[in-house]
Ligand binder design. Structure first.
Ligand code: IPM
Ligand code: MG
Length: 358
């Protein structure tokens, strides 16, 4: 029997609650399948680890997870530690060296979930946002000088390389080609950002020639927010820079009913390093420890994990179980307007996995 090694990193806030639910669901789906198993190693990295050790993860942290088949991540962020330290010390300290350059964020309105958009059903909103995940505005290039003086200066330089842009474009075109509508929207801001964004557009046009069967268009990011709200059915696959896609994916998640549902995969498509799967909601301190975090974002991330390791049938079965549970308002957590608790949603998904026809 094949055993997949998973590194579970709950991180902070509600990360612990949703990752432990996610690990239970992984065990259930493996049991139901019967042909593979998971061996899960837990890593207590994050804010509390930082308070004890002065860093978010051990110096050899990446070596401890480099050989795992996948990483299941909760969230990074701690009320007592500045956000840029928790982000750069853990999540980006894994994503960037492991070259997880393709961040894939699917959005659909799951059965039983209400979108804030009027009259929009699942048939009108089925998107995948591909976020460039290795450079751009998150390159970390910049600096500060004369701190505290009136002459203080600070820069954050968005850095784009031809290689980095070409590989994410190619990834996005391939993904668009694999979807029924074969449509890609390239998001840009090449009117105001006249260097890197112009190169982004040029590279998009070059790569598009390799994919004559994909219909593609270009959209400025501000106009894109409007199109997502007003004409959601015209959008299918989207590719955008690190920051633009960060913002668009929150909008997408809200339009699909709740940030609590949205999943993401940080992929190293060449498989030289493990890829990382996480809900996009973040640490949500306001509801931490209350047992009401929505675990669906983590379960859907598990679906992406299963697809990535090649267990497509189990992935489809888990997605079906998730949809069967969201269809029942009794299993809606407070972010969806319900009263359900994390453990109830988890038990319901596990039941649905075990159901005869699943
Ligand atoms: C996301 C999040 C992160 C990001 C935060 C937590 C730093 O918003 O995954 O979208 O900006 O990348
Ligand atoms: Mg975000």
């Amino acid at each position: 029997m094949k055993t997949y090694k998973i590194a579970a990193i709950p991180g902070d806030g509600i990360g612990g609650e949703v990752v432990s639910a996610g690990v239970e669901v992984l065990a259930a789906i493996a049991k139901r399948d019967g042909k593979f198993a998971f061996a899960v190693d837990h890593f207590d990295w994050g804010g509390e680890y930082y308070k004890r050790n002065g860093r978010m993860m051990p110096e050899n942290g990446r070596d401890l997870i480099r050989k795992h088949d996948a990483i299941l991540f909760g969230s990074a962020g701690h009320p007592d530690i500045p956000d840029h330290i928790t982000l750069w010390g853990l999540r980006l300290a894994i994503c960037q060296p492991f070259d997880q350059y393709a961040n894939v964020r699917p959005t659909r309105i799951l059965p039983g979930i209400k979108s804030p958009l009027r009259d929009v059903g699942p048939d009108r909103l089925d998107w995948v946002i591909v976020r460039e995940n290795s450079e751009g505005e998150y390159a970390g290039v910049g600096g500060r000088a004369h701190q505290g003086s009136p002459l203080e200066v600070a820069t954050d330089v968005a850095m784009f390389t031809r290689a980095g842009v070409a590989r994410i474009m190619r990834y996005a075109f391939k993904l668009a080609r694999s979807r029924p509508r074969k449509k890609l929207t390239v998001v840009t801001k090449s009117n105001a950002q006249r260097h890197a964004m112009v190169m982004w557009d040029e590279i998009a046009a070059e790569i598009a020639k390799e994919f004559p069967d994909v219909a593609w268009d270009k959209m400025l990011v501000d106009a894109m927010t409007m199109r997502m709200v007003i004409k959601p059915e015209t959008v299918d696959t989207v590719v955008a820079t690190n920051l633009h896609a960060d913002i668009l994916s929150d909008l997408a998640a809200a339009l699909a009913g709740s940030l609590g549902i949205a999943p993401t995969a940080n992929l190293n498509p060449e498989r030289e390093f493990p890829s990382m799967f996480e809900p996009i909601h973040g640490s949500a301190f306001d509801i931490m420890g209350k047992g009401i975090a929505n675990p669906i974002g983590t379960f859907w991330s598990n679906v992406m994990l299963l697809e990535h390791i090649g267990e497509g049938a189990a992935a489809a079965r888990l997605m079906k179980a998730i949809e069967c549970v969201t269809a029942n308002p009794r299993f809606h957590t407070p972010d969806l307007g319900g009263k359900a608790r994390t453990v109830e949603v988890t038990a319901a998904v596990i039941d649905a996995i075990g159901a005869e026809n699943a």
